[in-house]
Design a protein around this ligand. Structure first.
Ligand code: AMP
Length: 501
């Protein structure tokens, strides 16, 4: 049986009476997971939905959201989670592009969504109420898992799309299971682990890395509806594992409750989805005695590399390729050469929805079970391996600046800026320039009283070739970031595009 849910069901049966999800509103055992997901799957079938149909879901984070996701898996439906902050315009695009058979939204959104689509709509709120809940109420507690093939699409996730229109990445049952098993192996997630889940459920980080791993291992999830420091410190004593984006860690560092004593019982803190600043890594180590474990993943691939659980976790590095995942730097001849990071392995997505597939589907390959039989996926990230085989990311290829024909990797300058007194963080971007094609500028967050544009530029010039140094430095209170803490450089480029015109 290749349906991802059947892999979860094994643990569910073994741990039936154990609590799996703990929330402030109640607890749910593994057996509750089985029953709710069965009832919802039956309700969805009764509505006429069939394997392969897409279900677009924009609901508040809750245990019921998880049951709904698992119901879709077990019924062979394609789950399509949507960011809660999407506007009606953005939602219209997704509905048109993905053409789902059913949309499930929070009841408060129902009226607005009915204005923009005629697609069948059901509702579900955080308390497990709404028209979908009424539909599953009287359904049977038993459901036969749909016999999906490993390569069948389980989830479709729109990538952040910082440039152009977002694309729906299709993830197969096999790819998701493979990555979850690999993570459990390298991070040694077990039934003893209690995970404080504060990530959104509409992104790979919270939906796959945070949920699949614990479900497979038979651990426990303390489910918070979102990240906030008060909830973090209230729940911290009960948990052993935390996964966060760098912004969570910078916020925790601003709180005096983050201490060696409060974190003494923790087994592991991981960081990913956006670059972790070396200053955050070091400050966290000094304050808590824990070394953050940074890893690198993306919607299309799951987690590709990770610093080791045992062994050196290198500051600034996203670690070593995971077992079974082949990571190469395009055209690199030796360690230290920078190039595009390319990936192949069973973890890869099957392609973009209704677009030319970026990697051939397994069925089309001569040897369908061999992940290395596929072409490499071009991530668009630039990086290099050091002499120990650790991967360092230097930026997105689309963020690479070409000024006067010379390449500038923004991260190199950002690291130098961030190390200067008074600077909290920075973003280095290229903007149109009549002479150089593109000019380097920096946008900096920090203590304005300590910062002077000319002094900063002069300082950088002592360490970097002149062409790499910003021609202008602008100060701001905060950098624009998306939900996962990624700096939205496209917004900055737009904001400063007139600078040299
Ligand atoms: P998403 O598909 O939203 O998960 O975004 C994936 C992108 O996030 C990657 O292609 C990287 O550019 C970035 N990313 C993820 N993890 C890291 C990390 N640890 N350090 C730097 N960038 C990261």
């Amino acid at each position: 049986m290749n349906n991802l849910y059947s892999a979860f069901q094994k643990t569910i049966i073994q741990n039936a009476q154990k609590i799996f999800i703990q929330t402030t509103k109640g607890n749910f055992s593994f057996s509750d997971i089985e029953i709710f997901s069965a009832k919802i799957a039956n309700a969805l079938s009764a509505m006429g939905l069939q394997a392969g149909d897409r279900i677009a879901v924009q609901v508040e984070k809750s245990a019921y959201n998880i049951f709904l996701y698992l119901a879709c898996l077990r019924a062979g439906l394609i789950y399509l989670p949507l960011n809660n902050s999407y506007t009606d315009d953005e939602l219209s695009f997704f509905f048109k592009d993905a053409n789902p058979r059913l949309i499930i939204c929070d009841p408060v959104k129902e009226v607005a969504l009915r204005q923009i689509t005629n697609i069948h709509l059901e509702t579900l709120n955080q308390e497990g109420q709404g028209s979908l809940a009424s539909a599953w109420q009287n359904q049977a507690e038993k459901h036969h898992i749909f016999p999906s093939a490993g390569e069948d699409v389980a989830v479709m996730l729109y990538t952040s799309g910082t440039t152009g229109k977002p694309k729906g990445a299709m993830l197969s049952h096999r790819a998701l299971l493979s990555n979850a098993m690999t993570l459990n192996q390298v991070w040694q997630i077990t039934a003893q682990d209690v995970f404080l889940h504060m990530l959104p459920l509409f992104h790979v980080h919270g939906l796959f890395f945070g949920l699949h791993t614990l479900l497979l291992a038979g651990g426990k999830i303390v489910l918070a509806s979102k990240f906030d420091t008060d909830t973090f410190f209230t729940r911290l004593p009960e948990v052993s594992l935390f996964m966060g984006v760098p912004t969570y860690y910078t916020r925790l560092l601003n709180d005096e409750r983050l201490t060696k004593a409060s974190c003494a019982h923790m087994r592991l803190f991981t960081s990913g989805s956006a670059p972790l600043l070396p200053t955050t890594f070091e400050a966290f180590q000094a304050r808590t005695g824990h070394t953050l474990l940074e890893r690198y993943g993306m919607t299309e691939t799951g987690v590709n590399t990770s610093n080791p659980l045992q062994g050196k976790r290198k500051v600034g590095s996203v670690g070593l390729p995971l077992p079974g995942i082949d990571v190469q730097i395009a055209e690199a001849k030796r360690s230290g050469d920078i190039g595009e990071i390319q990936i192949r392995g069973e973890n890869l997505f099957s392609g973009y929805w209704e677009k030319k597939l970026l990697c051939s589907t397994p069925q089309k390959n001569a040897n369908a079970t061999n992940p290395y039989d596929r072409p490499y996926f071009h991530t668009g990230d630039l990086g290099y391996f050091d002499e120990d085989g650790y991967l360092f990311i230097v930026g997105r290829s689309k963020d690479l600046i070409i000024t006067g024909g010379l390449n500038v990797y923004p991260k190199e300058i950002e690291l130098s800026l961030n190390a200067l007194d008074g600077i909290e963080e920075s973003a280095v971007i290229g903007i149109p320039h009549p002479d150089f094609g593109e000019a380097v500028i920096a946008v900096v967050v920090g203590d304005a009283s300590k910062l002077n544009e000319k002094t900063l530029i002069d300082n950088l010039k002592q360490h970097h070739a002149g062409y790499k140094c910003p021609k202008r430095i602008f100060f701001t209170d905060a950098l624009p970031k998306n939900t996962m803490g990624k700096v939205q450089k496209n917004i900055l480029r737009k904001q400063f595009e007139q600078c040299f015109k």
